[in-house]
Design a protein around this ligand. Structure first.
Ligand SMILES: Nc1ncnc2c1ncn2[C@@H]1O[C@H](COP(=O)(O)OP(=O)(O)OP(=O)(O)O)[C@@H](O)[C@H]1O
Ligand SMILES: [Mg+2]
Length: 364
């Protein structure tokens, strides 16, 4: 074979390896890395230049599972897979990966190294967490709805009796304070029950073009009055290019009202509430799925934040740290966002504030 066609063949193989979507790292039996494709660069955070020629054991000193897999494959010539326990930390963030290590065998049958493939499974892990979350919420929702039905009738009886009692007393009687408490509290329970029932029953969305900024602007306008007298700055950062989106306006109002009220509750006497919107043009809902354009709406405050251990519970019905909270607000938000085929997440830096991000599809 002449030099030219040898080069062409080398280029061809290099292109093949570079085009593989999974990370590929080849380690010679000497322990030196001889090949690292772009997907591997992205997962590990090491450039090809850094990786090629380095000692695998040194470069990946932190990743004990990978070290064991590679050294075992080189030693024994067997293929080893681990789809559960491997994470790569080199990039500064923790990437869960499915790793497989194949022996690199020459035509003569001699084992000359190992080929390590790494598949980024961040998306799968996120999906698993979302499914677990939805499962938990739907079980709880069904349970709560059953309970709500049972409570609704006796509650009506209590309220009716309290109203009758009220009429029996003299208008000046101190007893009226008690009946008012009874009526007010039954109304509160009734409100919780109605919310619960609504949460458990799938309500068809009334989709229509919605001007997001009008929805947000109206809520903020009303909240400005509510916080009058407190030192709370309300900042709007809207991207004017966002068109109307297909959504249920009433539901979106509930969603953002909940998030904004939570932020205001958290801040107390002073703080900064920022509501911003922007378009994420390249957001991928799923790997391999067609890229869909999403709108991101962020509601952030500089209140006390949410402790790490509470962060995963905030979506659970009845989780509340407020004396008068029902703890249904965020459960309802979660449901509304899912029904719109969007995503919602909370990030918090305890002591510095909280940011809720809602992603909604731009075109539905
Ligand atoms: N912006 C925020 N800052 C700090 N904590 C928050 C924030 N938003 C939510 N939380 C926490 O999450 C909990 C649950 O919120 P959620 O809206 O579900 O219920 P709630 O506000 O307590 O009651 P309600 O049902 O009346 O909304 C709150 O009690 C609070 O502890
Ligand atoms: Mg709330």
């Amino acid at each position: 074979m002449d030099e030219n066609s040898q080069k062409q063949r080398d280029d061809y193989y290099a292109t093949v390896i570079d085009s593989v979507g999974d990370g590929v790292i080849v380690v010679a039996s000497s322990g030196l890395i001889t090949l690292c494709n772009p997907a591997a660069e992205e997962i590990t955070g090491f450039s090809r230049k850094q990786a090629n020629g380095s000692v695998f054991e040194k470069l990946f000193a932190q990743e004990k599972t990978l070290l064991e897999m590679v050294s075992k494959t080189i030693r024994t010539g067997i293929t080893i897979s681990d789809h559960e326990n491997v994470v790569v930390r080199s990039t500064g963030r923790i990437t869960p990966v499915a790793a497989t290590c194949y022996p690199l065998v020459e035509g003569s049958g001699e084992n000359i190294g190992a080929i390590l493939t790494l598949k980024d499974i961040t998306y799968i892990r996120e999906l698993e967490a979302a499914v677990r979350q939805s499962d938990r919420l739907s079980t709880l929702g069904t349970l709560a709805a059953g309970l709500a039905h049972e409570v609704k009738n006796p509650l009506g009886g209590i309220k009716g009796a309290a109203q009758l009692l009220e009429r029996e007393f003299d208008p000046e009687s101190e007893m009226l304070d008690y009946t008012r408490v009874m009526i007010r509290e039954t109304e509160r329970i009734d409100h919780i029950i109605r919310e619960l029932l609504e949460l458990a029953s799938p309500r068809g969305l009334k989709m229509a073009p919605v001007n997001l900024h009008k929805v947000l602007g109206d809520i903020l306008f009303l909240q400005k009055h509510a916080v009058a007298g407190r030192e709370i700055a309300i900042i709007q950062q809207f991207d004017p290019s966002i068109p109307e989106i297909m959504a249920d306006e009433e539901m979106l109002t509930r969603l953002f009202l909940n998030l904004i009220c939570n932020a205001i509750d958290a801040m107390g006497e002073d703080g900064r509430l920022t509501v911003s919107s922007r378009v994420l043009s390249d957001y991928r809902m799923a790997q391999n799925e067609r890229r869909s354009r999403m709108v991101a709406i962020e509601v952030s405050d500089d209140g006390p934040g949410i402790p790490q251990e509470d962060l995963e519970n905030i979506w659970t019905p009845f989780f509340s740290t407020k004396s008068t909270g029902t703890g249904l607000g965020l459960t309802i938000c979660h449901k509304i966002v899912l029904e719109h085929r969007g995503m919602i997440k909370a990030e918090s830096d305890p002591g510095h504030g909280t940011k809720f991000t809602v992603l909604l599809p731009l075109v539905q």
